[in-house]
Ligand binder design. Sequence first.
Ligand SMILES: *Cc1c(COP(=O)(O)O)cnc(C)c1O
Length: 463
Amino acid sequence: MAENPLRNLPGIDTLLSHNTAVLLVQSYGHDLTVQALRVALADIRTQLRSDGGAVPTNSTLIENAHGILESWVAPTLRRVINATGIIVHTNLGRAPLSDQAVEAVQVVAGGYATLEFDLTSGKRGSRSSHVEALLQRVTGAEAALVVNNNAAAVLLALTTLASQDGHNEVILSRGQLVEIGGGFRMPDVMEQSGARLVEIGATNRTHLADYESAIHEETVLILHVHRSNFTMVGFTGEPSVAELAELSHNHKLLLIDDIGSGALLDTSIYGLAPEPMVQASLADGSDLVLFSGDKLVGGPQAGILIGRAKVITRLRNHPLYRALRPDKLCLAALGATLTHYLKGDALEKIPVWQMISQSLSDLQERAGRYAEALTAAGFSCSVVMGHSAVGGGSLPGETLPTWPIQIEVPSAERALEVLRSQPIPVIARIANDKLMLDPRTILARDEEHLFTSLVNLHHEMRG
Ligand SMILES: *Cc1c(COP(=O)(O)O)cnc(C)c1O
């Protein structure tokens, strides 16, 4: 009978005494190195059992363990280059921060900060004070509060406000019973909050009279939700926020407006459909306006609630707020982002707005430069007319004209794969079997890396 090769595998201690293993222990620590060696041995055992073959050398086993260790410590949350043309790309982390916001995060990240400390009195301060005043100035709201994301904002608002003296009915039009994505559905959140949903109207049309006749003693508020990720066309209609505000206030009810993206600037100036604006919703009479920090605000992930001071105070005092409150990194980034709106330099400084407001001639100039570099690298490519999207559940179906570069490659699918495997992965699109890069979402600081990756792609595709 042939000798069992598994018996010839070295023990952990033998491997650990090897010079290269000593180096691994120095970098990764003893325990983690031992775990990796065990996995490397187990892999080889499996391989020997199924395919047979020779027992690898100790060096090979240690090398395998090194690979395993590298994969364990490598971050999976990595920076990528967004060449898709989708500006608020949810899967790619939504809004890139402005330089000033990044710096603000850096300033507080590595040390202590005045998160809940008042420097004047030396006593406890308020976490939300850091952005409240900014939000008041920028939006004109009486008060503001920030939580982790807009889903949390909706949950906090409904949980707090939809239980008033034992009454808990919330009126919502059937046309606004939306799913935002990631399983976030309005009726489910409503249930979670303890509110009782009163659906009114039809999918395509809801009248003011539908709201009026649904109001009775149990009603506590009217909820208005922006259809941020789909559009309805044709025979549609619903009352305006101003009409709903008047109705609510006549019946001593609150009006909450979940506007989703939170445009603080007017999107229609840039050839897009008008996205509901934060300031307009307040002016129309909403008691509370909810929106995300990382969609059209262009800041960090956050949920922003602004509106009447009495209402905001109730939210801040609810125990749920403690579970949903933002951390210092978020507040630092949001503060710096809001400062851009206050100073009037949001268009120049906030990447999302830079991208939205980029002129066609700038885009064409950039695309031309890329095309030149690509041609020099040996590609056959052309600059064509195309469309960028705002994305991130904002302005569905709305696009901005752009000048993408179309690159001829033997296999567009394979090209996407190669670009994803680069040191700084590039995420691109395919159009007409060609590789397509939209300059609109490519950050200036990413251009060098992008070119290096494209040169790599060219070598790979030829080889
Ligand atoms: C995006 C969105 C939400 C969820 O916001 P997150 O910040 O992603 O939690 C809620 N409501 C509307 C209308 C939205 O567009």
